[in-house]
Design a protein around this ligand. Sequence first.
Ligand SMILES: CC(C)(COP(=O)(O)OP(=O)(O)OC[C@H]1O[C@@H](n2cnc3c(N)ncnc32)[C@H](O)[C@@H]1OP(=O)(O)O)[C@@H](O)C(=O)NCCC(=O)NCCS
Length: 201
Amino acid sequence: MSGLISPDLNGMEAVETEWCMDMHMRLREDVTLAEIADDCAGRMLAWMQTPDVAEAVGLSVEPSLERTVRWIQQACQGHDRRAWAILLSGVHVGNVVFDQFDSKAATARLSIYIGPPESRGSGAGSTAIYKGLARIFEERSLHKVWLTVHAENAAAIRTYLSLGFQVEGTLREAFVWNGKRIDALYMGLLRSEFRRREASR
Ligand SMILES: CC(C)(COP(=O)(O)OP(=O)(O)OC[C@H]1O[C@@H](n2cnc3c(N)ncnc32)[C@H](O)[C@@H]1OP(=O)(O)O)[C@@H](O)C(=O)NCCC(=O)NCCS
């Protein structure tokens, strides 16, 4: 895959250059997706109260149990938001979420987090995104999935690149992270690109 802008994953800066990556992703068999239910709320709240998740997802309001339960109930209706609980060996470790559906453009936004730090860095996130994409492209007949990620989140950017997302642009100083203004990257994946990846597995 190729693109015009690539994140400098060591210097954590977006640099304008031609890049080329060919990462072969491995799926974990012990990662599954399940419907989110009310009893996920306590865990979700605890994860949202940790700075690494709250800062990464750009949480703008104080999390509470009431807000979390309301969020789950909206997700269960499935109109404006489609969310799955990520299970690692049957244990809920995070969520993969699609929202901001645009029915005319056939696009949606992806977001994800793995709550417990010890469950990160071994393929759970990328497997969950892959499974979520396979379902959402089909369910909603989407043409494209997009996301934004702050430019210092090297782990997430690496994960998205490994799934075939391309960096399409830099949203200058669009994110506040640890109290300072930083750039965000806009990344996208077309259905055709995802299908090619599926077919080559
Ligand atoms: C971003 C996030 C979801 C990525 O999930 P993850 O599980 O950590 O990431 P991956 O699935 O890509 O796994 C990464 C590592 O596992 C390795 N891996 C990938 N598939 C694997 C497999 N099947 N088996 C073992 N290891 C595997 C990768 O090579 C990579 O190793 P490296 O870090 O040494 O390069 C997670 O780090 C997270 O929740 N962070 C906090 C919240 C956040 O930043 N959310 C995104 C906001 S935009």
